[in-house]
Ligand binder design. Structure first.
Ligand code: BGC
Length: 761
């Protein structure tokens, strides 16, 4: 069949759906026109007010007088309020006491699961498994909607290449391509096909934009970036979420090239609404509008005006909109149409969720009892955790361990359940999450005897430990002398077969406002690790990390390292599954692990510079390098070992050149030559050798996660088309430029086989 015929058939099939969508929109518009014609200016401004009930602490200001404001029509949405009973009670006030009975929308930070916690987003990204990620979002939405919530402040898609930034834990890492696919999968999972469904949530892509590029990795800090870099490297995941139909966008806190995002008309209107065609709701971050005062843009009335006029629809917590916009309208500083448009965006979101038909949607307390924290959800959490773990080292195949004998699990992360869900898990049941040891014992039964000791405090400095264990994510402190704690642990290892060292960060050492300048394992834990190694027993490091960490010393001295991030509700069982070989690890790093914090920002898709190092060199005078540490990461993007061995053949190209409407098939044989069945993420990168602007030395363009049985060879095929070769040029046009390209296929971004082709005119 030729293309045009095929197109016609597709159009004919889509017509009924389009007609239905248009009819629905007409119905909605009539309803909202009618409603808005009855609203006073104050009531419209009231819809722009999003307040917090403060059940989950996610900021320092908590809203007051909430019930009275609902009755007065001064609140459009509430977040951090859960349970069907509580949201019903708040909704009843809106429906019975407010003049126009406009339902409230209830939001929450549903980031990586709800009560059932999945691995932190950086860990989920390490699975490179889009179906799995979508399923975790679906489960999160099922649970959150059963608990009264309509709106998830997720996905967080900020690209970050600076591991000092604590919130790197909350996104998908350094790569725009992987990040974009994950952004879309999350939106599909949260929203499903039908926002009116009882288990669908309005998603909210955040933080728009460039929040992950904060200078010096310090949270909330300034971003100053070329447009070229923004469009090619940082914008794609937000755009992917918009293309996937995300219903709302949260604006970031940071300054962007001199204009904070919350007041940035170019960003919120020109790019988001005009260029990208976004039609949903734009919401500020927590007191983001008020913070424009501190940014130095004026007083509260001035900054509220600036923000609304820039394109902000809803004001989170700060109430600058609520308290100043009426005056600004009267003074002619804000147009009535802009208030109307913002109000309409809020009402449309509510309408699309079906709240005008059923304001009490999601307040069925029966569902809360049956749909939350179910065995099936926990099973998925266990599977997701095993897939998120990254095996960084496995000397002499120390892993997997045999299910027998006696194992010592030592370290400050061994016996804390509350840390296992990881940062930004505000709805998880921290108090009842099993610790690593409890989970391992539950998974292994009486086959393996597990003993455990603290070994060392998390941090030497008690005040630092307090900052690192906030919000009830406790790790008990032993006030005895360091030597005494250590000696006790070492003595206990005398008759064990293996030592598992549970070390690294506590969950609140990453996340919001948890940036670090030293991203290594804390010194006190390193001293413990040295003593454990000195026993001569085999030592496995189970590394808890909310970010890429600097672990050069450990990578040299410890025979096996499993990076487990924070694995969620079932971390302990999942660690047992992998350490004892029930699951063969398959995670791959979504962000480079640096050798030294001084290398940051560090990322594989860097530019070549005019003075690159020759291959194999680590230092040469008058070249782009350091005199004390080489340029390479310790573990590159895409890296992760398996218990088995994958051997790559040479990539075969179907042709050595292609035209703009053509394509090239890239095929490669991957052989599992080890002794285990295993999953491998086969990665394809390209390099555009000559361009009108400089191009990265490698860019991820395709990948496939495949199960390859032991002894089996699989032929993996990728199709490259002109679209895959496009980028934003100096004029910000999306173009592919004819010329030579390299194509790399391999097991990570460093270890690849290369071939070449040409894109013809
Ligand atoms: C965070 C957002 C979050 C909001 C509401 C802010 O501090 O930056 O990611 O959605 O709080 O909890």
């Amino acid at each position: 069949m030729n293309r045009s015929k095929f197109g016609l058939i597709i159009c004919a099939l889509a017509l009924p759906f389009l007609a239905q969508a248009q009819q629905n929109d007409r119905k909605m518009n009539q309803f909202l026109d009618d409603l808005m014609s009855k609203m006073t200016l104050q009531e419209k401004i009231g819809q722009l007010n999003l307040v917090t009930a403060g059940e989950a602490v996610t900021g320092s200001v908590v809203s007051t007088g909430v019930e009275q404001k609902i009755a007065e029509g001064k609140i459009g949405g509430i977040f951090s309020l859960s349970t069907p009973e509580k949201t019903r009670r708040a909704q009843e006030i809106a429906m019975k006491q407010s003049r126009l009975k406009i339902p409230i929308i209830f939001g929450m930070d549903v980031i990586h699961g709800y009560r059932t916690a999945f691995p932190i987003p950086l860990g989920l990204a390490a699975s490179w498994d889009l179906d799995l990620i979508q399923q975790t979002a679906r489960i999160a939405a099922k649970e959150a909607t059963a608990d009264g919530i309509h709106w998830a402040f997720s996905p967080m898609v900020d690209i970050s290449r600076d591991a000092r930034w604590g919130r790197i834990s909350e996104g998908s890492g350094e790569d725009p391509y992987l990040g974009s696919l994950i952004a879309a999968a999350m939106v599909r999972g949260l929203q499903s096909d039908d926002l009116r469904a009882k288990d669908a949530m309005l998603a909210c892509v955040k933080h728009f934009a460039l929040y992950g590029a904060a200078e010096s990795g310090r949270d909330y800090n300034t971003t100053d970036m070329s447009l070229h870099r923004m469009y090619n490297e940082y914008f794609p995941p937000y755009k992917a979420a918009v293309d996937a139909g995300v219903g709302s966008v949260m604006v970031s806190f940071n300054d962007i090239n001199g204009v904070p995002a919350s007041a940035n008309k170019w960003l919120l209107t020109d790019v988001l609404r005009q260029d990208w065609g976004f039609k949903g709701l734009v919401v500020s971050d927590y007191t983001g509008v008020n913070e424009l005062v501190e940014h130095g843009l004026g007083d509260l009335q001035e900054v509220s005006k600036l923000s609304l006029n820039a394109g902000m629809d809803m004001d989170m917590v700060g109430e600058g909109f609520l308290t100043t916009l009426e005056k600004s309208v009267q003074e002619g500083k804000v147009k009535q149409e802009r208030i109307d448009a913002a109000c309409r965006a809020v009402l449309e979101a509510k309408y699309r969720l079906g709240l005008f038909d059923d304001p009490y949607k999601n307040t069925d307390s029966k569902r809360a009892k049956t749909d939350i924290y179910t065995p099936a959800h926990l099973q998925k959490a266990r599977e997701a955790a095993t897939k998120s773990f990254v095996l960084l080292k496995n000397e002499n195949q120390l892993l997997p361990l045999k299910k027998q004998g006696k194992v010592a699990v030592i370290g400050p992360l061994a016996n804390t359940g509350s840390n296992m869900p990881g940062t930004w898990s505000v709805s998880a049941d921290h108090a009842n999450t099993p610790s690593l040891v409890e989970g391992m014992r539950a998974a292994l039964g009486n086959k393996v005897e597990i003993i455990t000791h603290l070994g060392s405090n998390l941090l030497e400095d008690a005040a630092y430990q307090e900052r690192a264990t906030m919000f009830g994510r406790t790790i008990p402190r032993d006030e005895r002398d360091e030597e005494a704690i250590l000696a006790e642990a070492i003595a206990a290892t005398s008759d064990v077969d293996v030592i598992v060292a549970a070390l690294g960060e506590a969950s609140e050492m990453s996340g919001e406002s948890s940036s670090r300048v030293d991203i290594g394992i804390p010194a006190i834990q390193q001293r413990l690790l040295k003593k454990l190694l000195a026993t001569g027993k085999p030592v496995v490091l189970v590394l808890f990390a909310g970010r890429p960490m600097t672990i050069v010393g450990e990578s040299e001295s410890v025979p096996a390292i499993l990076n487990v991030w924070f694995g969620g509700s079932e971390t302990g069982k999942a660690v047992a599954d992998v350490l004892f070989g029930d699951v063969n690890p398959s995670g791959k790093l979504p962000a480079s692990f640096p050798k030294h914090v001084g290398q940051l920002p560090l990322y594989y898709a860097h530019k070549n510079t005019g003075r690159p190092l020759a291959k194999g060199q680590w230092f040469e005078k008058f070249r782009s390098n350091y005199i004390d540490v080489d340029n390479e990461p310790l573990y590159p993007f895409g890296f992760g070992l398996s218990y088995t061995q994958f051997d790559y053949g040479q990539p075969q190209l179907s042709a050595t050149s292609m035209t703009a409407d053509g394509k090239i098939e890239v095929q490669i044989d991957v052989t599992n030559s080890g002794n285990w069945d295993g999953e491998e993420v086969v990665q394809l990168y390209i390099r555009d050798l000559v361009g009108s602007v400089t191009r990265p030395v490698k860019e991820l363009k395709k990948f496939e996660k495949v199960l390859i049985k032991k002894g089996e060879t699989k032929k993996i095929s990728f199709t490259l088309q002109e679209e895959d070769l496009k980028f934003f040029n100096q004029e910000l046009h999306w173009v592919a430029e004819p010329g030579e390209f390299e194509v790399f296929v391999g097991t990570n971004s460093r270890d690849t086989q290369v071939a070449k082709f040409t894109l013809n005119q």
